[in-house]
Ligand binder design. Structure first.
Ligand SMILES: [Zn+2]
Ligand SMILES: [Zn+2]
Length: 261
């Protein structure tokens, strides 16, 4: 590992840029600049403490450094020769590009669910996952607020993909964007989805902001990331999930002036 390599800092800047554009700007819009416009969309009515927000930022910075070390090692050192990453889209087909993108998202959802449940095991939780749960009322800045060991587990999906099946670098880029957008939505603290979202036979299989917010609020249940498949199959959704979603929506759709009062 040579920190003097320009590529190391390019990866660091790109990772930080992605975090600050998606999590940082969303935080500013929802919690600072336009705070009053969104109050009736808030899932937990109280505001997060500045101490919690500072911790989210601090641990996300450490995570960005750990992510950079892993991404740089995979892409810019001799390790790359052993991966199945490719750059010419015609090496496989355009169809394969999209199928592998869907496969990566599904694989990550499964990886996330099971590693997350493992980290909730009481013997691991105090050493690995407790930092992320310092945020009982998360903001988008909590997206990467992990203990360094958890950061390694989270980024572990990348080598798993890169060593397992052929994956185009565009798939990795698209997947990273999808991941940060969904991660920010999960930690947003505001429910923006329509009232029919959990009643529709397709969208009910997707997670909502309320879903992950309840995971932080109550500390258990609702372990999934993108899809509500594993939680439904294994009955690990919080028992009050659908009721809580309906309650948040009902409060939100009241007159804003009443809800804000
Ligand atoms: Zn958790
Ligand atoms: Zn979280």
């Amino acid at each position: 590992m040579d920190y003097r390599h320009v590529e190391f800092w390019q990866v660091m800047i790109a990772s930080s840029f992605r975090y600050f554009v998606f999590a940082g700007i969303t935080y500013l819009v929802f919690y600072v600049w336009r705070r009053k416009n969104w109050l009736h969309y808030k899932i937990q009515q109280k505001s997060p403490t500045s101490k919690a927000v500072n911790a989210e930022l601090k641990y996300s910075m450490i995570t960005l450094f750990i992510f950079t070390v892993v991404i740089y090692s995979l892409l810019f050192t001799s390790i790359r020769n052993n991966t199945r990453l490719y750059t010419d889209i015609h090496e496989y087909s355009v169809l394969y590009f999209f199928i592998s993108l869907a496969g990566v998202v599904l694989l990550h959802d499964t990886y996330f669910y099971w590693t997350h449940r493992l980290m909730h095991w009481k013997k691991l939780f105090p050493f690995v996952h407790h930092i992320h749960h310092h945020s009982h009322n998360p903001t988008p800045l909590a997206a990467f607020s992990f203990h360094p060991l958890e950061a390694l587990i989270e980024i572990g999906i990348l080598p798993l993909i890169a060593f397992t099946f052929p994956v185009h670098r565009g798939v990795i880029a698209a997947f990273s964007l999808y991941m940060i957008v969904m991660n920010v939505i999960g930690h947003l603290g505001f429910e923006l989805y329509p009232s029919w979202f959990l009643k529709n036979s397709v969208t009910r299989w997707l997670t909502t902001s309320t879903h992950h917010n309840m995971h932080h609020h109550y500390g258990k249940g609702n372990y999934g990331l993108y899809f509500n498949i594993w939680d439904r199959l294994l009955k690990t959704n919080h028992p009050q999930y659908e009721m809580e979603f309906a309650k948040v929506i009902a409060g939100r759709d009241k007159e804003p002036s009443v809800a804000n009062g």
